[in-house]
Design a protein around this ligand. Sequence first.
Ligand SMILES: Nc1nc2c(ncn2[C@@H]2O[C@H](COP(=O)(O)OP(=O)(O)O)[C@@H](O)[C@H]2O)c(=O)[nH]1
Ligand SMILES: [Mg+2]
Length: 199
Amino acid sequence: MIVLSAEFVKSASGPEGYPPAGPPELAFCGRSNVGKSSALNALAGRRQLARVSRTPGRTRLINFFDLRVRTEERSEHDVRFADLPGYGFASGPRAEREQWKEMIERYLSRRDPLRALVVLVDGQIGAQPSDVEMARWGESLGRRVLVAVTKLDKLSRSRRGRQVEKIQAQLGLQPIIAFSAREPFGIEELWRALLSALS
Ligand SMILES: Nc1nc2c(ncn2[C@@H]2O[C@H](COP(=O)(O)OP(=O)(O)O)[C@@H](O)[C@H]2O)c(=O)[nH]1
Ligand SMILES: [Mg+2]
């Protein structure tokens, strides 16, 4: 996959702030620190795409990025990534959790160009109850859910396959992409799964 362009569009907390409907969208979510920014940067082939949004406050907003890619078959595709704020601050203030939930639910349930939700799971620690909950919630809101297992470079090669199988069994979802932003591997596979979710 060749990434022809990748740029930050804007941040928003609700529909009035979303960019006008444009390219088909893919939403990315996962627990804080799962490696979401790293995964987005690896997909974009840019070191700091996701860092553009790291100005204070924006990690609690939905960040939109527009990308244009060319496949090996030379077809070109426009896609918009929606980087959702991380979960896993379940111990945080109740009001904050409620706000987060409302923001995500509004986006997932009503955003017309949205084609799929990508749930990132930390390959080193495995699927947490919050990951299972997130995936189920996405499905219950009528969304297609893909899973990307990150940080697999932290496991020995012999453990990687077993860990991915275990996570697959926990989440009961297909496809599940084995991934590392560090080594790196799985980026082409993830791109292919993403593009096939667009159609
Ligand atoms: N070993 C390894 N570390 C990773 C990988 N992806 C992210 N990290 C590290 O995990 C930490 C959190 O990554 P970040 O992308 O900021 O996570 P986010 O909070 O989900 O956006 C950072 O220290 C990254 O360097 C990976 O694939 N392999
Ligand atoms: Mg991040």
